[in-house]
Design a protein around this ligand. Structure first.
Ligand SMILES: Nc1ncnc2c1ncn2[C@@H]1O[C@H](COP(=O)(O)OP(=O)(O)OP(=O)(O)O)[C@@H](O)[C@H]1O
Length: 388
């Protein structure tokens, strides 16, 4: 969808901001560009919407050299989100969001209607926020308006330059989650600049790690973390690679424990018998439809077994759950948030099992070991390549 062919940018003062860059971004792919300040990330973005022109090389959009596309028409095909959201301070949120549509010639009423839909899509209630001005919003809300506005003309490509850079870490994580949800829905081709390695790992289908003006490694986050291509990448991704792997390792069904499972309508004596059979002190409780309700202990607070009545009378709610395939990092933070010793893992509504801290640790080990094996195999392959 987006192809950089040996692109170099030399500013008039001689600074080489981008040096022989070749990069291909597939349709619907989210590529993060990550690297230290001044390494040429923003210049890369600006060349895509022709705010800057390459000194050498070409950039192709859907096979077409962008040098031949009128910049105004080009920018309508490319949504642009920047750090401070770049909203017009004297226009309401709704009008800000509708800006591009108005430029495209939409009439006011349908443009505002579409803008309201977009605000909804990014998690802002248009009836609450639509008539406010940007300075009446929080930083995170402003960034959402920035994303809504960039999506307005439904461009195939989105350029996002540190869009979540100016908000605090908690809001940032929230915006990242929302953006991932949104991207799963709209599947844009996205170039996303960040200097935050965690963000690059979490969001990117692939990530390009920039050195000065050059890409040191372009691969999936798991590979960049597991097999850094150069010493530079290794030092950039840092010593806490194990921790970062939490972000890229999914919870799998095989990681889960299988505690006894009972229904709300079961009798407590059957439930206690099931727990005794498995040597368990608690059981997961599902409701009549098989959806997670919570848990029930084998013993009451006074240490007495409490076999009377139905499970419903003794069950406690447990709201912590995860979809299977969620990253271990999410599992870990959910455990902390709920102060829970286990969390249920669901496939849709179906209960699959529970993840415990011990199982989480095993899953992380599995992921790191698999990586080490992968690397060892690559070494063997190199050693067995016959001499030419
Ligand atoms: N208009 C310009 N004229 C001359 N040099 C420039 C110009 N714009 C950027 N540069 C230089 O080009 C290099 C790359 O800048 P760029 O803004 O692309 O980096 P970046 O990776 O986006 O940095 P940051 O993360 O700090 O935004 C830097 O050395 C910068 O000083």
């Amino acid at each position: 969808m987006l192809l950089f062919e040996d692109v170099t940018k030399r500013y008039p003062d001689g600074t080489v901001a981008v040096d022989g860059l070749s990069l291909e971004v597939a349709e619907g792919e989210l590529v993060t560009l990550v690297g230290p300040s001044g390494c040429g990330k923003t210049t890369t973005m600006k060349m895509v919407n022709r705010l800057e022109e390459p000194t050498e090389g070409r950039i192709l959009l859907a096979g077409e050299d962008i040098a031949g596309i009128d910049p105004v028409l080009l920018r309508r095909r490319i949504g642009y989100v920047i750090q401070q959201a770049g909203l017009f301070p004297h226009r309401t949120v709704l009008d800000n969001t509708a800006t591009v549509l108005r430029l495209l010639g939409w009439r006011r009423a349908p443009a505002r209607e579409r803008a309201a839909e977009l605000l909804d899509l990014v998690g802002l209630d248009p009836s609450v926020h639509g008539d406010r001005y940007p300075d009446q919003l929080s930083g995170g809300q402003r960034q959402r308006v920035g994303v809504a506005r960039a999506l307005a003309a439904d461009p195939p490509v989105l350029l996002m330059d540190e869009p979540f850079g100016a908000v605090d870490p908690v809001v940032r994580e929230h915006l990242q989650n929302e953006f991932l949800r949104l991207q799963a829905e709209v599947r844009k081709t996205v170039l996303f600049v960040t200097h935050d390695i965690e963000e690059a790992v979490r969001l990117g289908d692939r990530m390009a790690v920039y050195g000065h003006g050059r890409i040191e490694q372009f691969d999936t986050p798991a590979t960049v973390l597991g097999a850094p291509a150069t010493d530079y990448v290794a030092s950039f991704v840092g010593a806490d690679r194990g921790l970062k792997r939490l972000s890229v390792t999914p919870v799998e069904e095989g990681d889960l424990e299988q505690p006894p499972v009972v229904r709300l309508t079961d009798t407590m004596s059957d439930a206690v018998a099931a727990m005794r059979d498995q040597g368990a002190r608690w059981a997961v409780v599902l409701d009549g439809k098989g959806a997670l309700h919570g848990w029930v202990p084998a013993e009451g607070a006074d240490g007495m077994v409490s076999p009377a009545g139905q499970v419903a009378a003794h069950a406690r709610r447990m709201e912590a759950w995860l979809p299977v395939g969620a990253p271990l990092k999410q599992a870990f933070s959910t455990m902390l948030q709920y102060d829970a010793g286990w969390i249920a893992v669901l496939d849709g509504d179906r209960f699959l099992g529970v993840l415990t801290p011990a199982r989480l640790h095993e899953a992380l080990r599995r992921s790191i070991d698999a990586d080490a094996r992968e690397l060892a195999r690559a070494d063997v392959l190199l050693e067995t390549v016959p001499d030419a």
